[in-house]
Design a protein around this ligand. Sequence first.
Ligand code: SF4
Ligand code: SF4
Length: 172
Amino acid sequence: MAQYFRNIYETIATVLIGMGVTFRHLFTKSVTLQYPREQRELPSGTRQKLFVNIDDCIGCLQCEKACPVSCITIETIKAEKDEDLGETSNGKKKRMYLTRFDIDMAKCCYCADCVFPCPTECIYMVPEFDFATYDRNDLVFRFSNLSDEKHKELIEREKAKEAAKQQPPEAN
Ligand code: SF4
Ligand code: SF4
């Protein structure tokens, strides 16, 4: 019989203690946010989406070599001697056409190893983390800004140079 009343007492006490906790929190400031409508400001240095300021890229491949998961793919074609590609904003001469500069963010492990070796500081993380998608192909970000025509022209030029190299030297 005593156990019976103890059970009733413990049940009521437990409910009252629980309700007390709930009641107290009615008057304290909420710590949750209505994401995505509200977003918390992330600390500086947070590792997020990568961005490449392609106008400052010299095609040195340092970032590609540093990446531990091979998610950066860069293809370059050297400019001819008489072609001036200009300079980067920190005064480095640009000598390479960037026919491809892709970053597969689906593979990226956000280590930032690609950021530090860049001599022109043109690859960096931007404050964007919410870029989930249904198709993983949409996570390959392409930064080359060459037009299709220019890209085609450069590829043709390289092929022609390659073919010329294969020709046997003319007999005297
Ligand atoms: S952050 Fe790391 S994994 Fe991602 S692209 Fe850069 S080096 Fe590769
Ligand atoms: S390290 Fe910098 S300059 Fe070199 S290829 Fe990568 S982004 Fe371009």
